[in-house]
Structures are given as structure tokens and as C-alpha cells.
Design a protein around this ligand. Structure first.
Ligand SMILES: NC(=O)c1ccc[n+]([C@@H]2O[C@H](COP(=O)([O-])OP(=O)(O)OC[C@H]3O[C@@H](n4cnc5c(N)ncnc54)[C@H](OP(=O)(O)O)[C@@H]3O)[C@@H](O)[C@H]2O)c1
Length: 310
């Protein structure tokens, strides 16, 4: 795949993760195709984003999971497909798998994952567990059909988790008060979205990543919640008030009062900050660490990311 310009189809390129994937694909000079939904023609922000990508060199193809023919004809033009459909729509990829089989051209499929390694999350609590169940179902279908894959385990997106130091629905760093989960001592892995996208797109063209789980683990960004808060405190020259939510039972006690999407976040925060589910080293023949594969890549450190807010 290395000799010629890689042809990549991105599905979900107008979404939160997908727009970063499109930029990374173009930055790597891949021939980048973007499947966009007809509904976008009536959305000003989406139209503008699509035009921006077109001016950067992306090729726009209209289509949708609901239109099998559009998927097959888009897939026939490319070598690799990367999907970033939302967490609550993961199973739509069953239709994509059918289209991949029919097209017969795809040398690598990167399904929508980009979070915790779904196969390690069978103990996850509801309702946070559903996306892991769905992602595992897609993995098993891919493997049954012998479609070459790379699964991206991207850990915690900086824009979603780091900006609020893991606070619920907080996307700007707090300057007065922070809730600390337990003693704030569980290791988490914080990754800028643009780095997730670059690692993903580099792996898309890397034979070493075929049929592997790629763990995005920037070494300097494997930090506890308290370590991250301390970096921020040094940056702003101020100590935050800290409320320690010591017991997981307290953290989970009001979960039903939240809307569903926040219940999912509460459950995921429990997995990460109370159970320490990100604190493991990739092992076995199928796990790869981005730092071993791409040691030269200059990722955004936690401190550099937080400096953007000052
Ligand atoms: N690790 C983390 O911290 C983290 C954080 C967030 C997300 N994630 C993961 O990243 C992945 C992507 O999530 P996201 O939040 O980026 O999703 P998102 O913003 O909701 O984007 C979903 C994309 O899928 C497209 N889409 C939806 N239905 C479609 C259909 N029927 N046909 C074609 N395209 C369709 C949407 O198109 P339109 O633009 O037309 O609506 C949109 O571009 C998920 O697996 C999620 O679990 C991880």
C-alpha cells in the first residue's frame, strides 16, 4: 500500500471525530473521499465544513448507511475505509460490512471505536456498557468476514475529558473548584483529537497495524486526575478548591437523575477514575502501542493542550 497514493473513504467526516480524520488524511496527502449525507444540504454549518474540506482537496461523495448502492459505489473507489459513526449508532456498520463484502476492494477497515478497548470492557456497568457491546459485535462480524482491520483504542479525547479534568459536561478548564474521583490517583490517558486522527491515518497505511488493536498511549500523557489538576494549577498560578468524591457508590448514587447521555458519561467516568480501567500495558500478539510504532511523532502534551486555554 505504501508505493502509491492511498485512497481513503471517511464515513462520518462531518462529525466530531471525523472532521479531524479528514484533516489528518489530507495532511498525509492521501486521496481523501468523504461520504456525506444528503440531509447536510440544509445545514449551513455542515455545508461550510464540506466546502472547506473540498477546497483542501477532499472528494465529496453523497451517500448514507441507508443507501446500500451509495456505500458500494464509494467503497469501489478506495483502498481503505475509516468510519466514525456516533457511539449510539455503531450497529449501522453492519450495513457497511455488507457493502465492503460486495465491493471487494477494501484492504483495511478502521471501524468506529476511538475509545476504551471494547474487548476489555465486558465488566462495564450500564448504560455505559452498550457502546462496548455494539463495538464488540462489529469486531466479531469483521473477523468472521476476514476483512483486514485496525481497531483504534484512543482512550480519552482531550476536548471531551481533559478540558474539564474529567468533570461531567465541562469543556473549559475550571478555575475555582474541581471534583476529584476517589483520591484522584487512577492513571488516565489524555489524547488530543488531532493526534488520535494522525495515529489512525498513519496506521491505515501501515502493514504493521493490520489486524491489530492500536492503543494510543502518548507516554507523557498517562497521568492521574490529580497530576492533571496540578499541571493546570501551576499554569494559572492558583490552587483549586477540591471536593473528593471518595466512594464510587456516592458517585453513582444519583445516576438515574441525569439524561441518558450523561448517565453514559457517569458510568464511563466510574470505569476510568474509580476502577482504573485504562491502567494496563498493551500485551499479547494483537496489541500495539503508538509509541512503539511512531516514536518520532510529536504529540500534544497535556501541558501544551491546557496552555491553549490561557
Ligand atoms: N475517546 C473519547 O473520548 C471519545 C469521545 C467522543 C467520541 N468517541 C468515539 O468516536 C466515534 C465517533 O463519535 P463522534 O462523537 O465523533 O460522532 P458524531 O460527532 O455524532 O458524528 C457521527 C458522524 O456519522 C455520520 N452519520 C450518522 N448517521 C449516518 C448515516 N446513516 N449515514 C452516513 N453517515 C452517518 C454523521 O453525519 P452528519 O454530519 O450528516 O450528521 C456524522 O458525520 C464513536 O465511536 C465514539 O464512541 C470517543
Amino acid at each position: 500500500m505504501d508505493e502509491k497514493k492511498l485512497k481513503v473513504l471517511i464515513i462520518g467526516g462531518t462529525g466530531y471525530t471525523g472532521r479531524k480524520l479528514v484533516k489528518a488524511s489530507l495532511a498525509l496527502c492521501y486521496q481523501t473521499f468523504l461520504l456525506y449525507r444528503p440531509q447536510n444540504a440544509s445545514r449551513l454549518d455542515k455545508c461550510q465544513m464540506l466546502m472547506e474540506f473540498k477546497m483542501m482537496g477532499a472528494l465529496l461523495l453523497q451517500g448514507s448507511f441507508d443507501d446500500h448502492g451509495s456505500l458500494v459505489s464509494a467503497l469501489k473507489q478506495v483502498d481503505v475505509v475509516v468510519c466514525s459513526i456516533a457511539a449510539n449508532e455503531i450497529l449501522q456498520q453492519l450495513q457497511l460490512i455488507e457493502a465492503i463484502k460486495e465491493a471487494g476492494t477494501i484492504k483495511r477497515y478502521i471501524p468506529s471505536e476511538f475509545g476504551m478497548d471494547a474487548d476489555r470492557m465486558s465488566h462495564a456497568i450500564p448504560p455505559g456498557n452498550q457502546c462496548f457491546i455494539d463495538k464488540c459485535m462489529i469486531r466479531r462480524r469483521i473477523e468472521e468476514e476476514n476483512i483486514p482491520f485496525t481497531y483504534i483504542s484512543a482512550n480519552c479525547f482531550a476536548g471531551v475529558f481533559l478540558t474539564g479534568f474529567g468533570q461531567l459536561a465541562t469543556f473549559f478548564p475550571p478555575t475555582d473548584h474541581v471534583n476529584i474521583y476517589g483520591n484522584g490517583d487512577k492513571k488516565c490517558i489524555w489524547v488530543a483529537e488531532e493526534d488520535v486522527a494522525m495515529y489512525t491515518m498513519m496506521a491505515a497505511n501501515d502493514p504493521r497495524a493490520e489486524n491489530k488493536v492500536l492503543y494510543v498511549r502518548p507516554p507523557a500523557n498517562i497521568l492521574t486526575q490529580m497530576e492533571v489538576v496540578n499541571i493546570w494549577e501551576k499554569l494559572i498560578g492558583k490552587v483549586l478548591n477540591k471536593a473528593f468524591i471518595l466512594s464510587p457508590e456516592d458517585w453513582l448514587s444519583n445516576i438515574e437523575k441525569y439524561p441518558l447521555y450523561e448517565q453514559i458519561a457517569v458510568a464511563h467516568l466510574y470505569q476510568i477514575f474509580y476502577l482504573g480501567d485504562l491502567d494496563f500495558r498493551p500485551e499479547g500478539p494483537n496489541g500495539l502501542d503508538t509509541n512503539d510504532l511512531y516514536p518520532e511523532y510529536k504529540y500534544v502534551s497535556v501541558k501544551e493542550y491546557l496552555q491553549r486555554f490561557i
